[in-house]
Design a protein around this ligand. Sequence first.
Ligand code: RP5
Length: 162
Amino acid sequence: MADAAPVVGIIMGSRSDWETMRHAADILAALGIPHETRVVSAHRTPERLYDYAKGAAGRGLQAIIAGAGGAAHLPGMAAAMTRLPVLGVPVESKALSGLDSLLSIVQMPGGVPVATFAIGRPGAINAALFAAALLANADSALADRLDAWRARQTADVAESPE
Ligand code: RP5
């Protein structure tokens, strides 16, 4: 998989977001989905964001998972510049525990969609699983791997709390 062209891009506003976004990368790796990870800040590196979003579809990406915290404009700005599905992950912020991130990402104007997930680790995990589900519609081998992943999750749920 290391040599395969990435089909999912994971971007984040800061290296400090990696502790959250690594969970998305772990899921994609577990499902054998080629992906790339980049730090792309809407505020600190706007030209890097422009280049990334404008070039994403042409490079063969099929979805972008974008995580950011605070005034989290990254997913929305990426969505403004690509037709690819953008899956937004609100990173938990220090000041407002990620509520700021969530509201910044979810309240997009009609016409520029961002699929918004839960704050923090569960959001990163679910964004990756959602990307996998999108890709699985056109990839039966991936669909089988995703089904198996879900079956293992079900099998791992204990019947008793003790
Ligand atoms: C956002 O500001 C990033 O997505 C990050 O969640 C937050 C804080 O960034 P750092 O100050 O840790 O670089 O742009």
